[in-house]
Ligand binder design. Structure first.
Ligand code: ZN
Ligand code: ZN
Length: 162
């Protein structure tokens, strides 16, 4: 996604941009990516900030079924040709030289979205998961395995983890 110097120079506020997940090479993001971006002109460059909203498709850790999860991320980057700021090596700084007509923020958008992928993926707080004996998805069905036994096993497993 390109931001042009002319638009940064005049500035924008709550600009709505819709990106396809394909253009960002995000396979897990299965919907269009909505961005609402604003810009500020400062003495050493431009600040671009706003919100990114989409949905991400994840695999539940408990029941191993795919589900959609809301994704919302914040963008806050500095576009600058100030070497001092660039050398601070912050990930939120993009080099934008005086001779450049535009700057491409695709990569940083992609990185920000990837960071939003949760470490723990649970389709719902009360996901029952799979039966530890027969592997049946207990959200849809009840299996014939002895329940008491499996909950005890689960409790012991939890003890081991904690
Ligand atoms: Zn689940
Ligand atoms: Zn079972």
């Amino acid at each position: 996604m390109k931001l042009y110097r002319t638009e940064l120079e005049s500035g924008f506020k709550n600009k709505q941009i819709i990106l396809s997940s394909n253009s960002l090479k995000l396979e897990k993001v299965n919907e269009k990516i909505h961005c609402e971006l604003s810009s500020d002109k400062g003495s050493s460059g431009y600040r671009v900030f706003g919100a990114i909203i989409s949905k991400i498709n994840l695999l539940c850790d408990r029941c191993l079924v795919n589900y959609d999860n809301d994704l919302s991320a914040k963008l806050d980057v500095m576009l600058t040709n100030n070497e001092e700021i660039i050398n601070e090596m912050s990930s939120d700084v993009i080099r934008f030289m005086g001779s450049d007509d535009f700057v491409d923020i695709t990569k940083i958008l992609r990185d920000i979205i990837l960071l939003e992928e949760p470490v723990k993926k649970i389709c719902s707080q009360d996901c029952k998961g799979l039966c530890s004996s027969c592997g049946l998805n207990l959200n849809n069905d009840q299996c014939k395995c002895k329940k008491i036994e499996s909950t005890q096993n689960l409790k012991e497993l939890e003890k081991l983890i904690n």
